[in-house]
Design a protein around this ligand. Structure first.
Ligand SMILES: Nc1ncnc2c1ncn2[C@@H]1O[C@H](COP(=O)(O)OP(=O)(O)O)[C@@H](O)[C@H]1O
Ligand code: SF4
Ligand SMILES: [Mg+2]
Length: 327
């Protein structure tokens, strides 16, 4: 991992206004509520947390698909917080997304050849060069030349995700937001897609934001992992450290919820259970957002919002009591 920052977020916020009844106070869903983090060139930054905690919104705000409510975001040293869609056009090819459901992002009336041709035509690439590029891409994602004339509905989920990946790679991106790219796939296919993304990263020097609600695959693909809870980052550290020495009660709960094959480890892992539902993002508790579900919560937790603190080198935790909680 290089020390060159690709993205730099400072206290980034994205609130969505909610329709209100006449005379009521304006209300907001605080989907991203003050996130400070960097993504380094060449790394895979894993972002995990329960569904609805704000992962997709954070990624989309960072790449400026959404307007920013507060804080700042820079891309390779350029402040893009207030960049207009026209300003963002210069980064259009450099920043790409792979979606959970590639079906919704692929034009159903186009065959694979047409899907891959389109972005290349837009950058003015000539016919011969386009043909070579498409052949190269299909080979990279493990598809056959015969697949070029098929339509998205003719493929399985895993094959369709390969088309989605080839589509994202057409114009040599630098950064790809992978938004739950394997969540809809069978377990056996998940590993194939993850391995392919890793190979492509090394070959093409890509940087990834890898979003997932499930921790099981994250250790292998991520360089560092950020754990989100109700619009906040509660823990951020190197991937192995997160699994070996989680410090935030929420991370511990997420890890103990995973199925573990070894019964001894499974017992040791079941110390913290995740109880209760994720509170509504319209009613985020004033102090620690995790307090209503946290077995260690005290008065200070309910009163004061804990900030991310660096408790060991490169290991950030937002918990008042992280040092005291040793189990
Ligand atoms: N376009 C939107 N308008 C209003 N609320 C939204 C919008 N997108 C997301 N939200 C809300 O913001 C919160 C975070 O959503 P999201 O970022 O999709 O979470 P995740 O990706 O972690 O599942 C949720 O409560 C969701 O309902
Ligand atoms: S700050 Fe308090 S409530 Fe929040 S995670 Fe830490 S111990 Fe639990
Ligand atoms: Mg999402």
């Amino acid at each position: 991992m290089s020390a060159e920052k690709m993205f730099e977020l400072k206290d980034l916020k994205k609130y969505f206004p909610v329709k209100r009844f006449l005379g009521g106070k304006p209300q907001y869903v605080k989907a991203v509520d003050g996130i400070t983090m960097d993504i380094y060139k060449g790394e895979t930054f894993g972002l995990v947390g329960e569904s609805g905690c704000g992962k997709s919104t954070l990624g989309r705000t960072m790449i400026r698909m959404y307007d920013v409510t507060g804080g700042t975001v820079s891309y390779k040293g350029t402040d893009i917080t207030n960049a207009t869609p026209k300003d963002m056009q210069q980064f259009q090819n450099k920043i790409q997304i792979i979606f959970q459901d590639p079906y919704s992002s692929l034009n159903p009336f186009w065959n694979v050849d047409e899907i891959l041709q389109e972005p290349l035509k837009q950058i003015g690439m000539g016919e011969g060069e386009r043909k070579d590029r498409i052949e190269y891409l299909l080979n990279k994602v493990g598809m056959k030349p015969d697949d070029m004339v098929k339509f998205p509905y003719e493929f399985s989920g895993g094959q369709r995700q390969r088309i989605g990946i080839a589509r994202a790679l057409t114009v040599n991106p630098e950064f790809i937001m992978c938004d739950e790219p394997i969540a809809a796939l069978d377990c056996s296919i998940q590993a194939q897609v993850v391995n392919m993304l890793e190979d492509l990263q090394h070959e093409m020097g890509l940087t990834y934001l890898f979003v997932s609600h499930d921790l099981s695959m994250m250790r292998y693909i991520s360089t560092r992992i950020g754990v989100m809870y109700l619009g906040n980052l509660v823990e951020l550290t190197e991937s192995d450290t997160l699994y070996e020495r989680p410090m935030h009660p929420y991370t511990k709960a997420l890890l103990s919820a995973r199925p573990v094959a070894d019964p001894k480890r499974a017992r040791a892992n079941r110390r913290i259970k995740l109880v209760g539902e994720l509170p509504s993002p319209l009613k985020v508790p004033a102090g620690c957002p995790f307090a209503p579900r946290c077995p260690y919560a005290t008065e200070v937790c309910k009163a004061e919002r804990p900030q991310l603190r660096e408790l060991e080198k490169g290991h950030f935790v937002a918990c008042h009591r992280a040092e005291e909680i040793t189990d």
